[in-house]
Design a protein around this ligand. Structure first.
Ligand code: SF4
Length: 289
């Protein structure tokens, strides 16, 4: 279900850019997410989203963006939010992200996008324009197995489609890579999967892979995830319960070994394990391979 709402403000700012992606301003054009990943943290009670499958479109977001950017003195990186994907299905109709990027291009701000959708390719021309300053696109990919992907991220593009989109962006000179998180315990935490992601990422022109070997779990998020495990992967829930109980932090059992394998392979293939955020002082540019 899609609801139209108005917001009072759009951009939230942080004093210091975040250390992973260099994001200074965060922009959420939607609330709720149609990708419906079974592990999504946004279902946790602390976020107070009662119906995560209900999508809210902030219909005045573009006016707010125009107004708020005009007042910003620091041209920091704008990130495309959390708790929703800027390129979920509703974006194909509403084009909120696409139109927001056009405003950002006009104003000369840098951008970092995280998505699980190949719809981002629709905006490649605008991204090219933004890339005169800086544009980076990270694709979250945690398995190369499209069948597994369909089960755990039912609304998102398949992993193979995300790799193809990454290749297209890299060919266009856009800095792109992988956020490989969360690696789900007992489902994705094997060396074959990790090495396959690294190799497919290299072939797709990734400049970086940022990894996290495990997940976090809270209240409603855990309940939803366990229900899905029962349905999709019978028997796996018991492994989670035995290993993690009610814990928030749930690293994969073989995290140290997997991380070593991951880092060694990235080093061999020349892929960074951190991304290079926008650096306003030097205007350093990074390209993909
Ligand atoms: S794409 Fe992100 S916000 Fe959307 S359901 Fe998946 S994990 Fe949650």
């Amino acid at each position: 279900m899609i609801k139209q709402i108005t917001a009072k403000t759009l951009l939230s700012s942080s004093k210091k850019p975040d250390p992973w992606f260099g994001i200074k301003y965060t922009m959420n054009l939607y609330r709720g997410c149609q990708h419906q990943c079974i592990y999504c943290d946004s279902r946790s009670e602390c976020y107070r989203i009662e119906n995560f499958a209900e999508i809210h479109v902030k219909t005045n977001a573009l006016d707010l963006l125009r107004r708020e950017l005009a007042r910003k003195r620091v041209k920091g990186t704008i990130g495309t939010g959390s708790m929703n994907d800027p390129y979920m299905q509703v974006e194909a109709e509403w084009n909120m992200t696409g139109r927001a990027l056009a405003i950002i291009a006009e104003r000369g701000f840098p951008v970092h996008i995280i998505t699980k959708s190949n719809l981002v390719l629709r905006d490649v021309e605008t991204l090219r324009e933004i890339n005169r300053v800086y544009a980076a696109v990270s694709f979250t990919i945690t398995t190369t197995d499209d069948a597994l992907c369909r089960k755990i991220e039912p609304g998102a593009s398949l992993a193979s489609q995300r790799f193809a989109a990454m290749r297209a962006l890299a060919d266009d000179g856009i800095y792109t890579g992988v956020t490989m998180m969360p690696i789900l315990p007992f489902l994705e935490d094997n060396a074959e999967n990790i090495l396959a992601i690294v190799e497919r990422a290299r072939d797709a022109g990734a400049g970086y892979i940022i990894a996290a070997f495990g997940m976090t779990m809270r209240d409603r998020q855990r309940a939803y995830f366990y229900d899905k495990l029962d349905h999709l992967f019978p028997g796996v829930r018991a492994q989670y319960e035995r290993r993690y109980g009610e814990r928030y932090s749930c690293p994969v059992p073989n995290a140290a070994r997997l991380e070593k394998i991951f880092r060694e392979r990235c080093a061999q293939l020349g892929i960074a394990t951190r991304m290079h955020p926008y650096q306003p002082e030097t205007q350093l540019r990074f390209t993909t391979i």
